[in-house]
Design a protein around this ligand. Sequence first.
Ligand code: SF4
Length: 75
Amino acid sequence: MTELWTVEVDSLVCVGSGLCAGSAPECFTLDTSGRARPPKAPVEAADEVLEAAENCPAAAITLRKTTGGEEIFAP
Ligand code: SF4
C-alpha cells in the first residue's frame, strides 16, 4: 500500500521562491500573493515532494505520515 503524507506550509515564513511548485507541481501551488499552498488532501509519498521540503530556502515545509502523524521532514 502506498504511504500517504500530509503536507504543511508555514505561510508566515514562506518567502514565495516558487521552488517547491517548480519541483513538485502536483503537490504545491502558489497563491495570488506568490506564497506556496499545500494540497488539501494527503499526497502519495514521493522523492520530489521530500526534495521540495528539503530544498525550501525558508524551511517552511513539514511532511508527516498521514497515518500516525510521524514526521517525515520538519524544518
Ligand atoms: S520553496 Fe519554500 S519558500 Fe519557496 S514557495 Fe515553497 S514553501 Fe515558500
